[in-house]
Design a protein around this ligand. Structure first.
Ligand SMILES: Nc1nc2c(ncn2[C@@H]2O[C@H](COP(=O)(O)OP(=O)(O)O)[C@@H](O)[C@H]2O)c(=O)[nH]1
Ligand SMILES: [Mg+2]
Length: 375
């Protein structure tokens, strides 16, 4: 179970009738309707904000909680599905074309499929791996049915993506260091995480260690204000490692649960950047030797294969524990999740499906594959 799921559940469990009533009392207009795929849906918070309190006794309270959880899950899958629509249209429709245009599953079919996968940002190595596995499956079963071959392909991709992708935050405090090139979505992701953790009852401290530009500190500050969490910041141009040191001291003093570290991403000064990241990591392990530390590399899905190169580059310096893949909404390149896992052994732990505070989700491989393969 992903950390956000846990928090959502905890939140639902802890929500007393009074709290929920309070949420609704200001704006009790109409009950939120079950959304359809066609209409553009308001965010969950907006919808809950305009819902009528529906409970009058304990039983309906439980019913509300169940509906609330189901709603969160459905909303989350809906967003992922919406986000992956272009990937599905680009990638799956081409795969289906290949499946349907061959009456015999022969070498020509596999050649064509491999080419289609490569053109869909799956990368040469992973496309070849997928086709090898599929070839073996087809041979074993002797099938010629496109639908069966499609199901095999789905299983192979599912299998490739499986593995532990939950965030490990076992100590108090735990640290999440967020790295990646400029514009990938680090600061936005930190803002979204801060809000999620806060909603789950966690005490969060954010370290503004991208000190390169004053605007970067201000941008992070806007997010921490929005999320209602504390920020530790120094002036522009100061030593990022010193910011982290202060944030960790504050976390120890105030009993914080999670320290979120924003970092710079100026790749044009690669050597300095990598040295800076190493120094930050050293401060964390020196000040909190026993702590759970997640080093999340943020990658922009719209950059396709370039994201895989970035992951290679950063993994030379940092002990990356997981990937956050942002901007999955509106790109046809959502397939890059597959080579990132298959070629680099890095699990995608979170996905960004929009710019808003609730547009960050734990990555659920099963949901991803279902969103791509199912109608
Ligand atoms: N559509 C979309 N935009 C995103 C997402 N995550 C970040 N962004 C946008 O990407 C841009 C760069 O994000 P920022 O957090 O400043 O990147 P940083 O330089 O790595 O800190 C901003 O305009 C964000 O709103 C996402 O999941 N979806
Ligand atoms: Mg930033």
């Amino acid at each position: 179970m992903g950390i956000f799921d846990k928090f959502k559940r905890k939140k639902a469990e802890e929500s007393s009738k009074e709290e929920i009533n309070e949420k609704f009392s200001e704006n009790a207009a109409q009950t939120a309707e079950a959304p359809s795929d066609e209409e553009k849906r308001p965010s969950l918070l907006e919808r809950l904000g305009s819902a009528q309190p529906i409970f009058t006794d304990h039983e309906s309270d439980i019913q509300f909680q169940e509906e609330y959880e189901a709603e969160l899950k459905e909303q989350s899958f809906y967003k992922l599905k919406e986000g992956l629509r272009k990937t599905k249209d680009g990638f799956m429709s081409k795969v289906e074309q290949v499946l349907n245009s061959f009456t015999k599953i022969d070498e020509d079919f596999f050649d064509e499929l491999e080419e289609t996968l490569i053109l869909s940002d799956i990368g040469a190595e992973t496309s070849a791996d997928i086709c090898d596995k599929l070839r073996a499956e087809v041979k074993k079963t002797g099938t010629t049915e496109p639908a069966e071959v499609k199901q095999m392909l789905k299983n192979i991709i599912s299998e490739m993506l499986s593995g532990d992708n939950s965030l490990k935050l076992d100590t108090k405090p735990s640290v999440i260091m967020v790295i990646g090139v400029n514009g990938a979505g680090k600061t936005t992701t930190i803002g979204k995480m801060a809000a999620n953790f806060k909603a789950g009852g966690k005490k969060v401290i954010v370290a503004a260690a991208d000190t390169f530009r004053a605007a970067a500190i201000d941008q992070l500050n806007v997010w921490t204000d929005r999320a209602g969490v504390e920020i530790v910041k120094h002036s522009e141009g100061s030593d990022p490692a010193a910011v982290i040191f202060d944030a960790i001291s504050a976390a120890k003093a105030r009993g914080a649960d999670i320290v979120l570290c924003d970092t710079a991403g100026r790749l044009h000064n690669k050597k300095n950047l990598m040295e800076e990241l190493k120094k930050i990591a050293r401060v964390i392990s020196r000040e909190l030797p026993e702590a759970s530390v997640e080093t999340l590399l943020v990658l922009d899905a719209t950059t396709g294969q370039n994201a895989v190169s970035q992951a290679q580059l950063f993994s030379e310096t940092a002990d990356i524990t997981g990937i956050v893949l942002t901007k999955l909404d509106g790109t046809a390149k959502g397939g890059i999740i597959i080579p990132i896992k298959n070629e680099l052994g890095l699990s995608v732990k979170l996905v960004g499906v929009g710019e808003k505070i609730d547009d960050l989700q734990p990555f659920v491989p099963e949901d991803y594959v279902n969103a791509l393969f199912d109608d």
